[in-house]
Design a protein around this ligand. Structure first.
Ligand SMILES: Cc1ncc(COP(=O)(O)O)c(C=O)c1O
Length: 385
């Protein structure tokens, strides 16, 4: 039996040709395809400004910089996420407060997050975990006091009531990742979308060492060579070659998200009535799940989860656990002294979490194989007829 990863990219001949063409051009790093990709993404998201960067982590870091985050301030995020959602605040010297998830959505409990806002809170990073668009409405009352960066790394292609994650009317900024297991890929890569031109300018500045030639009057060294370093930025640039791949991939993004939703529907059908498993929360009526992941919760807890994890891995099925609550990671636990006894819903969810394979190339037969192996590992009767 062929091994099944938990996620994988789709690369077509058209992608390869687009990359080869970019490689044969004169500008393989800062060429015209970067702006072309940014414009195409802005069109897709229906967002005014997009800035492409070298990774989703760089996108979050640049967005947190653009928000003006600094030492002495605090960011709020969910513990059930990849570490980068919290790390972006630490990079800027800010503290992080982890607020529990809503057990009905597995996303940050945005009502609790709004209630936890203090004088020090400057940023909230809600994550659309697994691809389910996080409910931003409870944050309305605090948005004049702070910045909301949606971590949309799992949710590209999803929408809330017809408004795409990352589109106008969402968070102040939305960060995406184009890592190969995500909805589409540029190899490594990321993007920030926003309606605010000043935030976009600051993200772009941060991407290039804080250096700019734009919007600067005649300087002391008045000549065409003149540039300014206005802030301490990084080299977070994406390349022309990566954007060639992104432009080509974007054409098939919607069909992949649709296929991810069909894979999820098949898992739900096959696992319906399986009492030992809690299925991931579905998108509300009128919204679309991005399904970067298909995590399920094994109700019997950590021992049953470990057994299932090991049995599926032994059967060549690449399950993963997304995620160990971030505050339990040694850096956050030991160096940052993050409280270990908070966020009971996150702790409870983690105790049984396991991500089943989810990618557009997964066949119905693959899905059935995963469910059969899972049933066997749990000692339950297979649902497959
Ligand atoms: C929720 C979340 N945020 C941020 C990132 C970081 O993205 P990247 O790997 O492109 O740096 C990831 C990627 O794994 C992610 O899953």
């Amino acid at each position: 039996m062929k091994p099944l990863p938990y996620g994988r990219q789709e690369i077509t001949d058209a992608d390869v040709e687009a990359v080869v063409e970019a490689l044969r051009s004169d500008l393989i790093t800062q060429g015209p395809r970067i702006e072309e990709f940014e414009e195409a993404m802005a069109g897709y998201l229906a967002s005014r400004h997009t800035v492409a960067l070298s990774s989703g982590t760089a996108a979050l870091h640049a967005a947190a910089f653009a928000a003006g985050l600094g030492p002495g301030q605090e960011a709020i995020t969910t513990p059930i996420t990849f570490a980068a959602s919290a790390n972006c605040a630490r990079y800027l010297g800010a503290d992080v407060r982890f607020v529990d998830i809503d057990p009905a959505t597995w996303n940050l409990d945005t009502e609790a997050a709004a209630a936890a806002v203090s004088d020090r809170t400057r940023l909230i990073v809600p994550v659309s975990y697994a691809g389910l668009p996080v409910d931003l409405r409870p944050l309305r009352g605090v948005r004049d006091r702070l910045t909301v960066i949606e971590d949309g790394c799992h949710a590209l292609g999803g929408h809330r009531d017809g408004v795409r994650v990352g589109g106008a009317g969402g968070a102040d900024m939305t960060a995406f990742s184009f890592h190969p297991v995500k909805s589409m890929t540029t190899g490594e890569g990321g993007l920030v979308s926003t309606e605010d031109p000043e935030l976009a300018r600051r993200v772009a500045l941060f991407r290039t060492h804080g250096i700019t030639r734009e919007d600067i009057g005649p300087g002391p060294d008045d000549g065409d060579w003149y540039y300014e370093m206005q802030a301490l930025g990084f080299n977070y640039r994406i390349t022309d070659v990566q954007c060639a791949l992104g432009l080509s991939q974007l054409r098939r993004l919607d069909s992949w998200v649709e296929r991810r939703n069909r894979v999820a529907a098949r898992y739900r059908e096959l696992l319906a009535g399986e009492e030992r498993i809690e299925l991931p929360p579905a998108a509300p009526e009128g919204s679309l799940h991005g399904y970067h992941l298909f995590p399920v919760k094994i109700r019997d807890g950590p021992t049953a989860r470990k057994r299932a994890f090991e049995a599926l891995r032994a059967a060549g099925i690449g399950v993963q656990v997304h995620y160990i609550p971030v505050f339990r990671l040694p850096y956050w636990r030991d160096e940052m002294a993050a409280p270990q006894d908070e966020c009971p819903h996150a702790q409870e969810l983690y105790s049984g979490l396991i991500s089943l394979p989810m990618f557009p190339g997964l066949t119905d037969a693959d899905v059935e194989r995963v469910v059969t192996e899972l049933d066997q590992a749990l000692g339950a009767r297979s649902k497959i007829q």
